[in-house]
Structure formats: C-alpha cells, structure tokens
Write a new protein. Sequence first.
Length: 129
Amino acid sequence: MSKSENTTYRVKTDGFFGELFVPSEDHYPGKALICFSGSDGGIELSRMLAQVFQAQGLTTLALACVLEEGLPQKFLNVPIDPLEAAAKRLHDMGYEKVGLWGISKGAELALVAGSLLPGLVNAVIAVAP
C-alpha cells in the first residue's frame, strides 16, 4: 500500500468497518491507533480524528461502531468483535503496538475492549468516559 493511499474495510469482508490513514512520514514505526467516536458511532468524526493523527505521523484506523452496514443501528450492545478484528489486522500488517482512542461512549467501549483484549491492545485513551 502506498503511504498516501488509504484503505477502506467493511464488516462483511473484513470483520470491521473502517478506513486506514497511513502518514507519508511515519514518526511512530510499529505503532498504530484505532479511533472511534461516542454514541453517534459513525465514521465521520473518526475520519476527522484519524486525519489529525495521520498529520502527526501516526498510522490511524478510523472505526465505525454503529450505523454502518453490518453494525448495530444504535449504541446499545455494541460488539467487541469488530475492534478485535481491527486490532488483529493491524498486528498482521506489522504494527507491534496498537492503541484504542475513544470519546464519551466510545471511551467506555475502549476501556472494555482494552480489558478484554490484553494481547492485542497495548494502550487505551479514554476521553470523557
């Protein structure tokens, strides 16, 4: 994958709905971040956040938790499986350290996922849980 090219993932084929943002200059080799929003759960805020992290030289996967094809339609009983699939994909791509970044309800999800996936998740950033 070209450093400037972003890759899109879908639940049906990849197990999660997201878009990967790879910086042109990687300032944090071997590290990647999965970011997701709060109760809105869609991809738009995650994309904006991922672009900010990408601009700082960090590979970031913008993830949707709800409201996309193959995901719940509201932030209720949100499954951990898509986060697990996303973290595994990043590890398979060679990222040794994977962190989660979530805000509000997404912060709660990040804390739960981090506790349930200790072998896959190395850090959790919970903003306003």
